[in-house]
Design a protein around this ligand. Structure first.
Ligand code: FES
Ligand code: FES
Length: 150
């Protein structure tokens, strides 16, 4: 099987997988990085949302081969040592999570949104397409506004 190199959460990694292997399965099954969650596998639920070269993307829709030489960040790479990212802290302060399954993807989508738009409106936040079956959308909104003000 071919080897692919990329940077994952600040560290160089090498993965031996088939050309068609999706990044989500390589992260979860090969590299043990389970923050990105599997929901649909086709880029719709956004539970797996992470960052590729700093932009939000869905690892279930991208092959490992397409990530060669690039930089992948998952929820595991967001904090700096013991210091949470401001969005993670806002999530705690607003007690956002319910079952928690969608939350890594929600947070990664929020971080990418704030990087592009530091002061989003409710409409901007509601345009995020991450699905939460527990319906935590109101608290997600509050947490993003809190992080924007931090
Ligand atoms: S698992 Fe649903 S978008 Fe990736
Ligand atoms: S917190 Fe349960 S799916 Fe979002």
């Amino acid at each position: 099987m071919p080897s692919y190199n990329f940077v994952l959460n600040g560290e160089a990694v090498t993965v031996d997988v088939a050309d068609s292997a999706s990044l989500l399965w390589a992260l979860r099954d090969t590299l043990g990085v389970t923050g990105p969650k599997y929901g649909c596998g086709v880029g719709v639920c956004r539970a797996c949302t992470s960052h590729l070269d700093g932009a939000a993307f869905q690892p279930c829709t991208v092959t490992v081969a397409e990530c060669a030489g690039r930089t992948v960040t998952t929820i595991e790479g967001l904090a700096t040592g013991d210091t949470l990212h401001p969005v993670q802290q806002a999530w705690i302060d607003e007690d956002v999570a319910q079952c928690g399954y969608c939350q890594p993807g929600q947070i990664m989508a929020a971080v990418a949104l704030l990087a592009e738009n530091p002061n989003p409106t409710d409409a901007d936040i509601d345009a995020l397409e991450n699905v939460c079956r527990c319906g935590t959308y109101v608290r997600i909104r509050r947490a993003i506004h809190r992080a924007a003000g931090a």
